[in-house]
Design a protein around this ligand. Structure first.
Ligand SMILES: O=C(CO)[C@H](O)[C@H](O)COP(=O)(O)O
Length: 221
């Protein structure tokens, strides 16, 4: 069977917020597939980023789906607000959800695709009983909270384990990987089974960001 093409989701966390419209236009023009938007609350992760009003503004200019990654406690309190702000895919952390199954149903009930993120220390097996309900699993390949960190090599093993779980359970979830991704490791990630690659610093610190996006999509070539 032919493999579906890899999706690329530039993370606006690394964009220039003084000229955000320019970076959004670049992503619109590029071969990128989604906008990746990182929301941090200073509690679930040791950093605070941006929230609902900024996402609502980004949504007005974005011509591609908005993939919102909630690094926040009690995400269920805000799911409807993020849907209103324009999230197409809403990802919560397994570690932040006491009732993960309920949270996934809530997101889908609001008409969004449901994502579940796993921190580097969280084993894939925690998803065994919900994997068939999930649209996207986000494997964090750095500890969440900051851009520009070094990719954690153990993530390859986790991607392969998740890929096997998806096959074994006949699930349809996409495997998204986030943290320390660049054209240098894209081929290995795709080979391991990743379907969606998130990249922040590699894209927005590149002198030719559109070419970098295209290179990640083609596995570094
Ligand atoms: O979720 C994140 C941080 O928590 C970012 O999306 C991720 O780190 C991407 O940034 P970079 O490509 O610079 O590593």
């Amino acid at each position: 069977m032919e493999r579906s093409p890899v999706l690329v989701a530039p993370s606006l966390l690394a964009a220039n917020f003084l000229d955000l419209g320019k970076d959004i236009d670049m992503v619109n023009r590029s071969e990128a597939d989604w906008f990746h938007l990182d929301v941090m609350d200073g509690r679930f992760v040791p950093n605070i980023s941006f929230g609902l009003p900024v996402i609502a503004q980004i949504k007005k200019a974005a011509r591609k789906p908005c993939d919102v990654h909630l690094m926040i406690e009690e995400p269920e309190k805000y799911a409807a607000d993020f849907q209103q702000a324009g999230a197409d895919i809403l990802t919560v952390h397994a570690e932040a959800c006491i009732h993960l199954h309920r949270n996934i149903q809530q997101i889908k009930g609001l008409g969004m695709k449901a994502g579940v993120a796993l921190n580097p220390h969280t084993p894939v097996v925690v998803l065994e009983n919900v994997i068939r309900d999930i649209d996207v699993v986000l494997i964090m390949s750095v500890n969440p909270g900051f851009g520009g960190q070094t990719f954690i090599g153990q993530s390859y093993h986790k991607i392969r384990q998740l890929s096997q779980l998806i096959k074994d359970t006949n699930a349809h979830a996409l495997i998204e990987v986030d943290g320390g991704i660049s054209p240098d490791n894209a081929a290995n990630l795709i080979q391991a089974g990743a379907n969606v690659l998130v990249a922040g610093s590699a894209v927005f610190s590149s002198p030719e960001p559109e070419k970098t996006i295209a290179a990640i999509k083609r596995g570094g070539r």
